[in-house]
Design a protein around this ligand. Sequence first.
Ligand code: PEP
Ligand code: MG
Length: 571
Amino acid sequence: MMKTANITEEQIHGRGVGSGIGMGTAVLIDTHSAEVEPNSISTEAVKVHKKKFIQANKTLIGELEIMAGDLNDSGSKEIIEAQLQIIKDPEIEKNVSGIIEEKLLSVEYAIYRTYSKFIERLKESGSELFKQRIVDLEDIRDRLVAIVCNHTHKHPVKKGDVVVAKDLSPTELVSFHEHGVAGLVMERGGPTSHAAIIAKSLGLPSVVSAEHATKKIKTGDKLIIDSTAGAITLHPVDGTVAHYKKLQKEREKRLSKICKDVFETKDGFPFQLMANIEFEAELPKVKEYSARGIGLLRTEGLLFGSRIRKGREEQEVFYENILSGSEGIVTIRLFDVGGDKGVTRANKESNPFLGWRGVRLLLDEKQLLHNQLKAILKVSGKYPGRVRILVPMVSTMREVVSIKKELDQAKKEMLAEGCSFDDDIKLGLMVEVPSVAVATRNFAKEVDFLSVGTNDLTQYTLAVDRGNERICELFQHYHPSVLHLIKMVYDGAQHEEVGLSVCGELAGDPVGAAFLIGLGINELSMLPHSIPGISDLLTSYSKSDFEKFSTAALNSTNADEVKNLFEQYFS
Ligand code: PEP
Ligand code: MG
């Protein structure tokens, strides 16, 4: 702690997301939503209350449409579009009208009750995948109540402010970003929470899981957010401000110098940085950041997003858009859905992440699997050599054998239909369950390539729910145990001479990327936004530097030691 006059500089620690350094004045945002009490109305007032509801919906739809139109960021756009879909849901409208008309209760209560009932149902499901929907529903509920009650819902932020909140909904975050805020501090939310992912994709310097931040920080306080270190400096003294300003300048200089055509370490070890994307709207970013193809195309959004595109032809259009809008390899991952987020039936599971997920579900839902395989095959015919198929959540050899059988079957049917496809289409597995990592050789024998999903591999290795902010301190993707598993995967893939890439968040994290390159893995796939920072790091040192670091990291006993080593080697 340092003191000047009567101000004491203080550090608050959390998990860093986004990129870079943010400096500004804190604005505390109270996101607590007050409960709405039931209020009786007369039969004569029913019409007015129903009209108020319709009007409030229209107002909110208008606001969200403007917001969506203003954004370039596809992830954020999708979230807003998902909210629009919820507002337009006829079941919600029926419920609200029913409460007003039959129970003779006020419109604000009817809205509050209806949305809260849906929220409770989702909470009961305990599903991680529904968690983000809950935040969306709470956000819409509170905005609609505010509109019908004529409460202005605007938060007083301006360019250069740093937003500090317990939790934020994705749309609040998007709207703060539009106001040009310099950073974000959130008390809750793990690094893989929806808000954190959006902050990252927006490139907003952020620290999440910052304990007691809303108690320690007051509106008007000066703050510095260091998203690399996951640190917040409260009341920075002049020396600290100067230090961070220097760091900020150096970073800008380095990023502007990045050579976009050659990706190799200082001593000539070539590597490829690919993109993880989910929607067509992300394609411009893939180009902008010079990604060498798409290392992970998540497809779950086709089943649950705001624009469901489940049918074979609809999927073909989607894959075609991605292929025609990009260059190089496109790795299409089969639907990774599961737990109680079933596609054709709602079956409640007490451990969804250990349940009916990924390939397990696909092998039970043959129609769904075949539609997707055939849509991918069809597009591969038009772009030979560019499409790869990736299978999620594999844990046993039986699944691999079965999925290969299904792929062969789909190919046969395509031939019978007279459809051409790339007969040499590559099939790969996600390595995200330790059972596959430790026996990589066996699995590698069966396929063309492997891709390590470090998000799930960390979750399953350390037995840490990746979305649970309460234990997010334990979610350490460069924990030496995870690193050792990745080394086993690398050795197995080398032995069998199959391609290997890493597409989990570790690849887009400087510490992780340094470790992976040191190991010899030269295909890393990450959010497009992470590419400049990672290529800057990897091109600034030699392979031998990264090798030394990897060896030391593997000899470490904990994740902090790995991080400290990284700072020693690459400061
Ligand atoms: C992973 O698990 O690391 C991964 C890339 O897949 P997802 O985050 O979609 O589960
Ligand atoms: Mg995964």
